[in-house]
Ligand binder design. Structure first.
Ligand SMILES: NC(=O)c1ccc[n+]([C@@H]2O[C@H](COP(=O)([O-])OP(=O)(O)OC[C@H]3O[C@@H](n4cnc5c(N)ncnc54)[C@H](O)[C@@H]3O)[C@@H](O)[C@H]2O)c1
Length: 341
């Protein structure tokens, strides 16, 4: 039975805990949160011993694996504390909030030969793996990414999300998912420009995030891409569109993929991999009912069990590269200039 522990037991921790609860081979041994009442709340549903000091938890419980689900300014010390004890970590994205801290953490983890998976959840979705197969014979030249939600209208997130120094706002907290996926699918970005606005609430102390932003990238491969993002939209939406020479691909990171090829004949590649829709030339990949977070957790547990880390979807260094791209985008927004990577 694998004994697991959590550092940070807020919103996203409950998503991972729900999956672990379904696994017969895993037990939640301990939960640590600096707010004791938060850890106690999770304990009522998932069990485990409660701690407010993660070092004490690691030394007393000696878990087989840890989930690090704290805000991104709380990464380096818990990651190195686990590495010092030889404990593998599933670390929520982003890898860090600050570039210098991420560089120091990467160095420390390499020195300790640590095993860390960064939770860039889209990489592990079956729809993304399907997409990679379909795009193999189709050169992509243009990509478009959109992420929208209404969290600056509802103000429903914990306060630290609205403080850009802590969360990085829409870009470092959310857009980083899409930016990471673009890197994963299309390689490195070499140049970015962008702009940001606050059309609803002016920035003030404690509310320093950008409400809307737009970015244009050039990839090293020559692909041109955009990402636009709003925190003052009507609802949660996320959609990426990839334009190839043969087909158009629409990825909805809930797990659905729609591919259009009006010229596709009856026995084409798409009909072998996807389901036909009622519209001619439009095919779909339907994800089933599993929450997308299950796939990344499944892989992490497999790596911990087998000791085979060659299948790590995103190690710390890779996650750090996605952070570097994300922070370069932020520089382009705040300094209103082209940033070269
Ligand atoms: N992959 C995803 O889709 C996804 C979704 C939501 C959040 N996240 C990421 O997960 C992380 C956490 O986000 P959240 O929404 O759960 O935030 P949250 O504020 O709900 O939870 C964070 C918890 O960490 C605790 N904490 C902070 N410092 C601590 C410390 N030193 N020791 C112990 N506990 C500490 C806080 O008290 C809080 O309970 C962020 O990096 C966020 O970007 C990822």
């Amino acid at each position: 039975m694998m004994r697991t522990a959590f550092i940070g037991t807020g919103g996203i921790a409950s998503v991972h805990l729900r999956y672990l609860k379904m696994r017969r081979d895993v037990r939640v041994a301990a939960l640590c949160d600096m707010k004791r009442e938060q850890a106690v709340k999770r304990q009522q549903e998932f069990g485990g011993e409660v701690f407010t000091d993660y070092r004490m938890m690691l030394d007393q419980v000696k878990p087989d694996a840890v989930w690090l689900c704290t805000p991104p300014i709380v990464r380096r010390e818990p990651l190195l504390a686990c590495a010092d004890r030889g404990i593998p970590v599933f670390c929520e994205k982003p890898a860090e909030r600050r570039e210098a801290e991420a560089a120091a953490t990467a160095g420390g983890l390499t020195k300790r030969k640590a095993h860390v998976q960064i939770g860039y959840v889209f990489r592990c979705m079956p729809a993304v793996q399907q997409l990679r197969v379909l795009m193999r014979d189709d050169p992509i030249h243009l990509v478009q990414s959109f992420y929208g939600c209404n969290v600056s209208l509802t103000m429903e997130l914990p306060a630290w999300f609205y403080d850009k120094a802590k969360s990085g706002g829409a870009l470092v907290d959310q857009a980083t998912h899409n930016l990471d996926l673009l890197r994963y699918l299309f390689g490195e970005v070499k140049e970015v420009r962008g702009s940001a606005r606050n059309p609803v609430h002016k920035q003030r102390k404690g509310y320093t995030i950008d409400e809307t932003l737009g970015l244009v990238f050039t990839f090293a491969s020559g692909i041109i891409g955009t990402h636009v993002h709003t925190w003052v939209g009507d609802a949660w939406r996320n959609e990426l569109v990839f334009s190839g020479e043969k087909r158009l691909y629409r990825l909805f990171p809930g797990g659905r993929l729609v591919v259009e090829q009006p010229s596709a004949g009856a026995h084409n590649k798409l009909s072998r991999h996807l389901t036909k829709t009622a519209t001619k030339g439009v095919f779909e990949f339907q994800p089933g009912s599993r929450p997308i977070y299950e796939y990344e957790n499944e892989i992490f547990l497999k790596m911990v069990k087998t000791g085979d880390w060659s299948i790590n979807p995103c190690d710390y260094t890779d996650g750090w590269k996605s952070l570097q791209l994300t922070l370069a985008c932020d520089k382009a927004l705040t300094q209103d200039r082209v940033v070269r990577l």
